[in-house]
Design a protein around this ligand. Structure first.
Ligand SMILES: Nc1ncnc2c1ncn2[C@@H]1O[C@H](COP(=O)(O)OP(=O)(O)OP(=O)(O)O)[C@@H](O)[C@H]1O
Length: 269
């Protein structure tokens, strides 16, 4: 396990802060005064029953939605609603519930696209193939190959993305997101459609990604996976934060048990 501030008691750097965020859609309050933060080097899980507000929260944390009130601070600065490429440039990368890859490009090319989103080389450098562009290109090829190794699919780098198995496509999505060099990597239900053996491998992979120095936000339905891989968990129910803590604390929290069992808090304790 990597040594994060959270685990060593050292100074905590907040990568992202959700500060008293409320989001309303017409008459419906999807998020109600929610506050929590994500600390550098940790894996934070965001969980809750269906309709709890996880996706809405994810969307406000990745600049897709603007809070009705309250704010999200990324790297200490307010995050406003931004175009997707701007969010990537800021340092937030995400994967999607429904895999979004360039299916007719190779595995390596898909990761290189991620690296290009991060690249400082301009249009003219690329068009004229300047030494600066060539240098950057070879650096990003090397880095893309390293990332494919980390996610465990380097042997398939020349294959078309469409030819990968479902599990390997998910791995490729993670590598592509990592290639943008994010300060925060957001995984939206990465285990969707996985069998138990694949879920175990995914847990290993998420830990490996964190140990590489990435900060990870994980939204996931599979409780065992969330409990097994996260450093801290935030629980939402009906748009409110009902608990926050380590997996062990969350497992024993009566409000969380009640939310998942759908019974009164008193009955669950
Ligand atoms: N764009 C929208 N317009 C109107 N209502 C919305 C919108 N997005 C979400 N909602 C509503 O906000 C509430 C929270 O939804 P959200 O999708 O964030 O929950 P969730 O925890 O991600 O649920 P699930 O686990 O089922 O995906 C729900 O009642 C949903 O119907």
């Amino acid at each position: 396990m990597s040594e994060t501030g959270a685990q060593t008691g050292g100074p905590l750097t907040k990568v992202l802060e959700v500060d008293d965020v409320t989001i309303r859609f017409g008459g419906l309050t999807a998020l109600d005064s929610v506050s929590f933060d994500i600390r550098e080097g940790e894996i934070l899980g965001l969980i809750g029953p269906n309709g709890a507000g996880k996706t809405t929260c994810f969307n406000v944390m990745t600049g897709v939605y603007q809070a009705t009130s309250g704010q999200v601070l990324f790297d200490g600065k307010p995050l406003t609603k931004l175009a997707r490429h701007k969010i990537t440039q800021l340092g937030i990368a995400r994967t999607f519930q429904n895999i979004r890859l360039f299916r007719s490009m190779t595995v390596l090319e898909n990761v290189m696209v991620g690296a290009d989103a991060h690249s400082k080389v301009g249009f003219w450098d690329a068009l004229l193939r300047t030494p600066r562009h060539r240098h950057t290109e070879s650096e990003s090829t090397t880095r893309a190959k390293e990332l494919l190794k980390i996610v465990g699919i380097s042997a398939r780098h020349d294959e078309l993305a469409a030819n990968l198995s479902y599990g390997d496509q998910r791995r490729l999505e993670i590598a592509r997101a990592m290639a943008t060099g994010p300060k925060l990597l957001c995984l939206d239900e990465p285990a969707a459609g996985f069998n138990p053996a694949e879920k175990l491998k995914l847990m290993e992979l998420i830990r490996r990604v964190r140990d590489e120095g990435y900060t990870v936000l994980l939204i996931e339905h599979d409780m065992r996976l969330v409990m097994g891989v996260t450093d801290r968990i935030v629980v939402l129910e009906f748009g409110r934060k009902i608990a926050e803590g380590t997996p062990a604390e969350i497992r024993d929290n009566p409000a969380v048990i009640a939310a998942y069992l759908g019974v009164d808090e008193e009955d669950a304790s």
